[in-house]
Ligand binder design. Structure first.
Ligand SMILES: NC(=O)c1ccc[n+]([C@@H]2O[C@H](COP(=O)([O-])OP(=O)(O)OC[C@H]3O[C@@H](n4cnc5c(N)ncnc54)[C@H](OP(=O)(O)O)[C@@H]3O)[C@@H](O)[C@H]2O)c1
Length: 254
């Protein structure tokens, strides 16, 4: 039984990861900004779970949330696994992008994960064990039109994770990355709504379009991503990167 802190656990991939880890017998700390959603999730889990309010863009919020998390974790073996999943995607043509958009994308998609790693890795290194999985994206490996700031932030997360995993060699701590293509979550639903307003196409047409953009020709399920996160946490080699493109069904996610 391992205790895992998951950011962005109020929705989508993060909530699916909390369910998968809890079903496998692990204790979960489910972090995000929306307490009500986190409480609903934690109540629905069979195992022990702590809902934790944390805004990963706010260092003060992270440190007070981590105090609460460490107090909870103390009697339960400490925080051994970390899933940096909180993220947001905003689109804009580069000709209309601005400073604030770039800052928002970097804060939530890169600096949030960096802050959590900087806070928790020292304890893991001292204990000689631990695992971190960062949820980047195929946008961390390739460029996509109209989401340049999101792509830049996810590339930053991939580069940072690779550098940290090199530092973790021989320290007993493993750092891995998962890079999914389009996943069927509220984030994708919100993007479809926005695209529908801009293009006059229906969200259903656009959904089929996004599915066809994935190499596997279908949207990935959040449960498939959760399965990959779970296996990286439990047995992934340090420096692992899994790109999920919908070509192969994963675990029980289909
Ligand atoms: N959907 C896709 O196609 C796709 C593809 C590749 C990668 N990803 C990545 O997968 C991760 C999860 O996305 P999802 O698709 O599951 O989206 P989602 O359903 O919108 O979930 C995003 C989560 O991030 C949390 N979050 C956002 N801003 C936050 C902040 N400032 N502090 C703390 N938590 C914050 C949200 O919780 P609150 O609002 O309650 O704070 C929510 O729980 C993201 O990093 C995303 O970039 C998604």
């Amino acid at each position: 039984m391992t205790l895992t802190l998951i950011t962005g656990a109020s929705s989508g991939i993060g909530a699916a990861t909390a369910r998968a880890l809890s079903a496998a017998g692990h204790i979960v700390i489910a972090a995000a900004r929306r307490l009500e959603s986190l409480e609903g999730l934690c109540d629905s889990l069979e195992g022990e779970a702590l809902p934790l309010v944390m805004d990963v863009t706010d260092p003060g919020s992270i440190s007070s949330a981590l105090e609460e998390a460490q107090a909870f974790a103390e009697a339960r073996g400490g925080i051994e696994w970390l899933v940096n999943n909180a993220g947001a995607a905003e689109s804009a043509p580069v000709t209309k992008a601005d400073e604030a958009l770039a800052a928002r994308m970097m804060e939530v998609n890169f600096h949030g994960a960096r802050r959590l790693m900087e806070a928790l890795l020292p304890g893991m290194v001292r204990g000689g064990s631990g695992a971190v999985v960062n949820v980047a994206s195929s946008a961390g490996l390739a460029g996509y039109a109209y989401v340049s700031a999101y792509c830049a932030a996810k590339h930053a997360l991939v580069g940072y994770s690779r550098a940290v995993s090199a530092e973790m060699e021989s320290k007993g701590v493993r750092v891995g990355l998962v890079c999914p293509h389009y996943v069927d979550t509220p984030m994708t639903a919100a993007s479809l709504e926005k695209m529908a307003q801009k293009t006059q196409k229906s969200p259903e047409e656009l959904r089929a379009f996004l599915a066809s953009e994935n190499p596997g020709g279908r949207l990935i399920t959040p449960e498939e991503v959760a399965d990959v996160i779970h296996s990286l946490l439990s047995e992934g080699a340090n420096g692992s990167l899994v790109e999920l493109d919908g070509s192969e069904p994963v675990g029980n996610g289909e």
